[in-house]
Design a protein. Structure first.
Lengths: 165, 117
């Protein structure tokens, strides 16, 4: 699916573990302490959480990374149109595990991120547990369509991508 | 959150489920073409190509216009963005984020190395 021909990059996988759970995985070529720092230091977090392709920049970010501590992230082009995401940390194990709540809506997930270091690389597993199937459908843009259709579209996008090259 | 119409997606995916029709879209992405051109290109009868174009037209991927005796096909206003967005939006978001995180992580690694020297 990925059409970037340059650096070999590690794939991002998405797996719907159950009706209410979604798991995203990715390996990073760095030790866990570095990846963990990028998730827990506001000025570092702000440099990657809203990539340009997302279209909406991050305006501000505050994090009190300890059990019971809060975080608040604001997206938008200016303060008047900003959307805020916030919640609190339920678990914090330095360089290994973070669990936080998302409290901006009743349908938001509890997010668990684990950082597993092996041979200098870090396997990151992000797990989201939603309050209901509908909440997960809504969040991830899935409307219960079958995997066969996914495959067809994948195939087509590959074909069209190849045509452009 | 974007809402997607299931019926419309069904029509789209059905239209896209055929290799010839995907080829036609790819071709029209490069240049408009007449049904005759397309039939020749894909080694098909005119009738066969008309059928394929009809299905693509129904799904909104292609529009046709008859001028004199020639029916010209072009990509419709309705493009694949919605389907692509629908299937890919969430994973893509994470993928883009993680690409950005890759860059940052490389920078931090380098900094650690420099500081250690």
């Amino acid at each position: 699916m990925e059409s970037k021909p340059t650096l070999t990059k590690n794939p991002t996988t998405e797996d719907r573990k159950s009706e209410r759970e979604l798991v995203i995985t990715r390996t990073f070529n760095a030790p866990a302490r570095i990846v963990f720092a990028a998730w827990t230091t506001p000025e570092l977090f702000m440099r990657w959480w809203a990539p340009k392709s997302m279209g909406v920049p991050l305006l501000s970010c505050s994090m009190d990374v300890r059990v019971g501590g809060g975080y608040r992230v604001a997206f938008g082009h200016d303060a008047s149109s900003a959307t805020e995401f916030f919640g609190k940390y339920l678990e914090v194990i330095p360089n290994a595990r973070l669990v936080w709540t998302n409290e901006e809506s009743d349908d938001a997930a509890v997010t668990t991120v684990t950082f597993e270091e092996k041979d200098g690389k870090t396997l990151l597993v992000l797990h989201e547990l939603y309050p209901s199937k509908e909440a997960l459908d809504e969040a991830s843009g899935m409307e219960g369509v079958m995997s066969e259709q996914f495959e067809q579209l994948d195939e087509l996008l590959v074909t069209l991508g190849a045509g452009e090259a | 959150m974007v809402q997607y119409s299931t019926a419309r997606l069904d029509t789209s995916f059905a239209a896209l489920s055929d290799a010839t029709r995907r080829g036609v879209l790819e071709q029209l992405g490069r240049a408009d073409a007449s049904i005759t051109d397309l039939a020749e290109k894909f080694h098909m009868t005119l009738t066969g190509m008309k059928k394929h174009v009809g299905i693509l037209e129904q799904a909104g991927f292609v529009t046709t216009q008859k001028v004199g005796r020639v029916r010209t096909c072009r990509l419709g206003l309705r493009r694949l963005e919605e389907e692509a967005a629908w299937i890919e939006s969430y994973r893509r978001l994470w993928d883009a984020r993680f690409d950005a995180l890759d860059n940052l992580v490389e920078e931090l690694k380098q900094k650690e190395k420099d500081d250690g020297e």
